[in-house]
Design a protein around this ligand. Sequence first.
Ligand code: FE2
Length: 292
Amino acid sequence: MNISTKLLHPLFVGEVRGIDLRAPVDAAAVAAIVEASNRYAVLVFPEQNIDDAQQLAFSTHLGPLETSIKKLRPGHKLRLDQRVSDISNVNFDGGLQAADDRNRMYGLGDRLWHTDSSFKAVPAKYSLLSARAIPPAGGETQFADLRAAYDALPDGMKRQIEDLVAEHSVLYSRSTIGFTDYSDEERARLPPAPQRLVRLHPGSRRKTLYLASHAGWIRGMPVPEARLLLRDLMEHATQREFVYTHRWKVGDLVMWDDRCTMHRAREFDMAQVRDMHRTTVSDEVSSLEQAA
Ligand SMILES: [Fe+2]
């Protein structure tokens, strides 16, 4: 095995060739990928054409896998294994989702800048997304480098936010685009999760912002002030120099570190199929329990 990496973005995106993720990988290969991920945060693996079983097998090497929160809704039928998030506009029967399909409405929230599962007490560590079908235009995924964004903050702002704790809620982020279709039971099950606003990224020992559209409150701060600060930081972190746009090809697999990046999906023609499958590796502890 001879892994080679090419820069796709000068700050934080590497393209990895020389490894077949469909085949069993050994500990040395996993260590090399983790090391590359610690450096780049976003890794693009072209031409993998992986299936769900192979994607699950590879992802498991990186840590415990999350299960989709959609499975928790009574009566909701999953198209895929519950450890594979269905990021598609396809319904259970294989047709395109109707315009008012609840899953489509929910999925539109992915167009907001976010990091996966920051609304869970123990959030995501890595996400792995593979392209099974893509529309002829649009549907890109954009990534933002939150370590570089942190580095570029003025010292005064770094001091101001150093010890702040934000509360993240998927109900909040969806509500900002008018999606509020949650039962009382779901609301009770998805309380806001506290997360540090500034984290130390364990693999690189670099400080990073930890932001997402899910963040709606900051502990000890009046709500309007907190939301303005969060907006300012999101705006700062998504400036052009910190952003990479991935234009998908069928067969691509992209792996990113959720602890130090944000991402969002871009718009496309909903009459076209976009079928992406995500596996998500859980972090070990809440960001509050990690070293500051
Ligand atoms: Fe996401």
